[in-house]
Design a binder for this molecule. Sequence first.
Ligand SMILES: C[S@@+](CC[C@H](N)C(=O)[O-])C[C@H]1O[C@@H](n2cnc3c(N)ncnc32)[C@H](O)[C@@H]1O
Length: 340
Amino acid sequence: MASLPNGAAAASSAGGGGAPVVDKEVDFANYFCTYSYLYHQKEMLCDRVRMDAYHSAVFRNAHHFRGKVVLDVGTGSGILAIWSAQAGARKVYAVEATNMAEHARELARANNVADIVEVIQGSMEDVVLPEKVDVIISEWMGYFLLRESMFDSVICARDRWLKLDGVMYPSHARMWLAPIRSGLGDKKMEDFDITMHDWSLFVEDTASYYGVNMNVLTKAYRAEHEKYYLRSSIWNNLHPNQVIGRAAVVKEIDCLTATVDEIREVRAQVTMPISQDMARLAALAGWFDVHFRGSKQNPAAQETELSTAPDENGGTHWGQQTADYISDSIDERLYWNTFN
Ligand SMILES: C[S@@+](CC[C@H](N)C(=O)[O-])C[C@H]1O[C@@H](n2cnc3c(N)ncnc32)[C@H](O)[C@@H]1O
């Protein structure tokens, strides 16, 4: 989960927790920082669609967990590790980069699984486990699936620690795009015009009050705001009736075999016929789903799906990412928001 709609990672003054223990670059530090707050973990724990999907996936497939060794990548509050233990795992390594690890430890103790769940505080990339694992479970998905790049850490964990016949939870992921109608594009355009008008007043005032002409910076200011208002996708929670044509899969990922190179860039040629009469194409919306199918050798007894598609019942905290269909650079805007 990313920290805030539209991926704006920010620490809140609410909640406890402390500084992250990993020393990464600045935005990476911000990213980890939010996860050290209980309020933020609670947001994820309150997403019923997300919770129900993982809960069903684990308990309907307890045979994958019974007597097995499990690795939970990014355990956060420890919820997936605790479920794994309750489903019968012999040992669960629960790795968490932030100080949330201490709360996860506390929670495991309070739920009587501390003898099974071993919480390890550290970056997954650096952690050394004493053994290989049968199952890797992780909730690594960001906006439009790849926003946080946490899947890189899962791939790293898989390549280092998963047994050859091991299982990934989730096992598969897909990215979707669909044509939509929305008033958001017009609103963004309006906001952009207001911002530029405000700038011209600022330029006039600075010249008349302080004797310096700022107009030479207008072009740069416009470019900066074009990127913010017009060339980045935004978070949205769409109603299904805003989807005006057929959605298309733009990327399918097998979590057991995917490589970092494979997810570095997503390109697809798709056809999305508009099916609603009189509908104006305003934007494209992107979302994802993941599946829990086990593996070929070790299939799930019951497959589970977690979908973040537009849903009339409110959907998930991931919502959808929308990019206005106003120029030919839509792919660039989705790219920008997904990977930066
Ligand atoms: C989306 S949250 C999921 C938390 C919990 N598993 C759940 O489902 O509620 C991802 C968690 O992974 C942690 N995390 C992300 N990358 C990590 C890494 N490379 N090593 C260790 N922890 C990581 C974050 O700090 C965060 O707590």
